[in-house]
Ligand binder design. Structure first.
Ligand code: COA
Length: 346
C-alpha cells in the first residue's frame, strides 16, 4: 500500500471527535480486585486510570457519540457520507458489522458500511481503506471510527492484562484533499501472522465456539504473552514510523507530533528513544485512558487538537501495533480548513 514516489495527498482529515464513558476504573480500584499495586501499574505501564462503558453501552453506542462530534467538526451531515468504516476488536456482534449499526443510528444513506479487523492497528488500517476508496473514486466523504469496549473481554481476575485496557471511541471524517501539500501524506501497513498466538481472544470464533467449557476456562477474555508483545511492539513501531515517513519523503527529524498507540508508556519511550525523537514531540493519553485498542490513536489525536497541538502545517505521525500481529503508521500534514480557537499556522 506504499507509494513508490512522494505524491500529493489524495485525502485529508477534516473533522475529529472522541467519546470517553464517564465511569473511571482507577489503579486503586484494581488493587481491590487483583494482587497489584498503584506503584507497580504506574511504573510498568504509565497508566493511572481507564474508562469503562456503562452496562447498557455497546461499542456502536460509543462509536456513534464520537462520530456525531466528528461530523459536526467537519461541518458535514450523516447524509453527506459515502462510506462508513469502523475499526474494532470488540464489535457489538460477530455480525452484522458495527459499522451497519452506526450507519442506522446516524441516519446515513444506504452507503457501504463495514468493520475492519486489525486489532489495535485498526484505525490506521481503516484510514488506509478510506484513502484508497477516495483514490479509486468510490467515495468523497468517509467516516472512520475506532471504537472499543475492551472491558467486555478483559479478565478482571488476571492481573497481567486487566490493568491495561479501557473503553472509548474516536472518529475522523476523511475527504478528498484540496491542497497539494496538506492532508494524508502516506500510510504504511504491515502484519506478521507468525505472532498470531501471542495476543488473542481464544474462544467465540469458528476455531473454538462458545461452550460451557470455554466459559469456565475463561477463554472469552484477552490472553496475552506480555513480554513477547512488548518486544514485537517496539520494533514494529520503529519500522512503521520510518516506512511511513520514507513514503512521505521525510525523516524522523521532520516530525512535529507523534501520536502513538497507547499500549504501554515504556513501549512508546523505548521506540522514541531509538528514533531519537525529543519527548516533547510525543503525545500521551495513556495515563488517563489506558489502552483502548483501535480507539487509542483517534482519541489521542482529538485530545492533541483540543490542546492546540495540531497546528496547521504540523507533520503528525500516527503509529500503532496490535494483535495479528499487525502494525502501521500514517503521516499527515495537518490541514485545518475549519480553524478553531487554539489552531495556529506554522
Ligand atoms: N501487578 C503486580 N505484579 C504483576 C502484575 C500486576 N498487574 N502483572 C504482572 N505482575 C508480575 C508478574 O507476575 C511477574 O511476577 P514474577 O516475576 O513473580 O513472575 C512480574 O510482575 C514481572 O512480570 P512481567 O510480565 O515480566 O512484567 P513486565 O514488565 O513485562 O510488564 C506488561 C507486564 C504486561 C505490563 C508488559 O509486558 C506489557 O505492557 N507488554 C505489552 C502488552 C501490550 O501492549 N498489549 C497490548 C498490545 S496492543
Amino acid at each position: 500500500m506504499q507509494a513508490s514516489t512522494v505524491r500529493s495527498p489524495i485525502a485529508t482529515i477534516t473533522g475529529l471527535g472522541s467519546y470517553l464513558p464517564a465511569r473511571k476504573l482507577t489503579n486503586g480500584d484494581l488493587e481491590a480486585m487483583v494482587d497489584t499495586s498503584d506503584e507497580w501499574i504506574v511504573e510498568r505501564t504509565g497508566i493511572h486510570e481507564r474508562r469503562l462503558a456503562a452496562p447498557e453501552q455497546a461499542t456502536s453506542d460509543l462509536a456513534v457519540e464520537a462520530a456525531s462530534l466528528a461530523l459536526a467538526d467537519a461541518g458535514v451531515t450523516a447524509g453527506d457520507l459515502d462510506l462508513i468504516i469502523v475499526a474494532t476488536a470488540t464489535p457489538d456482534h460477530l455480525f452484522p458489522s458495527t459499522a451497519c449499526l452506526v450507519q442506522k443510528a446516524l441516519g446515513a444513506r444506504q452507503i457501504p458500511a463495514m468493520d475492519v479487523s486489525a486489532a489495535c492497528t485498526g484505525f490506521i488500517y481503516a484510514l488506509a481503506v478510506a484513502e484508497g476508496a477516495i483514490a479509486a473514486g468510490r467515495a468523497e466523504t468517509v467516516l472512520v471510527v475506532g471504537a472499543e469496549t475492551l472491558s467486555r473481554i478483559t479478565d478482571y481476575q488476571d492481573r497481567k492484562t486487566c490493568v491495561l485496557f479501557g473503553d472509548g471511541a474516536g472518529a475522523v471524517v476523511v475527504r478528498r484533499a484540496s491542497s497539494p501539500d496538506h492532508g494524508i501524506l502516506s500510510v504504511f501497513l504491515g502484519a506478521d501472522g507468525a505472532g498470531a498466538d501471542i495476543l488473542k481472544l481464544p474462544a467465540g470464533g469458528s476455531r473454538l465456539p462458545a461452550s460451557t467449557g470455554t466459559v469456565s476456562e475463561r477463554l472469552h477474555f484477552i490472553h496475552m504473552d506480555g513480554q513477547e508483545v512488548f518486544k514485537f511492539a517496539v520494533g514494529a513501531m520503529i519500522r512503521s514510523v520510518r516506512e511511513s515517513l520514507k513514503s512521505a519523503g521525510l525523516t524522523p527529524s521532520g516530525i512535529d507530533l507523534l501520536v502513538p498507540h497507547q499500549a504501554n508508556a515504556r513501549i512508546v519511550d523505548a521506540a522514541v528513544r531509538l528514533l531519537r525523537l525529543p519527548g516533547g514531540k510525543v503525545f500521551h493519553t495513556i495515563e488517563d485512558y489506558g489502552n483502548m485498542s483501535s480507539a487509542s490513536v483517534p482519541v489521542s489525536l482529538d485530545a492533541a487538537r483540543r490542546q492546540g497541538r495540531l497546528v496547521r502545517g504540523a507533520v503528525t505521525v500516527m503509529v500503532a501495533f496490535g494483535a495479528g500481529m499487525t502494525y502501521g503508521g500514517a503521516v499527515v500534514r495537518w490541514d485545518a480548513p475549519r480553524q478553531r480557537q487554539g489552531d495556529q499556522e506554522i
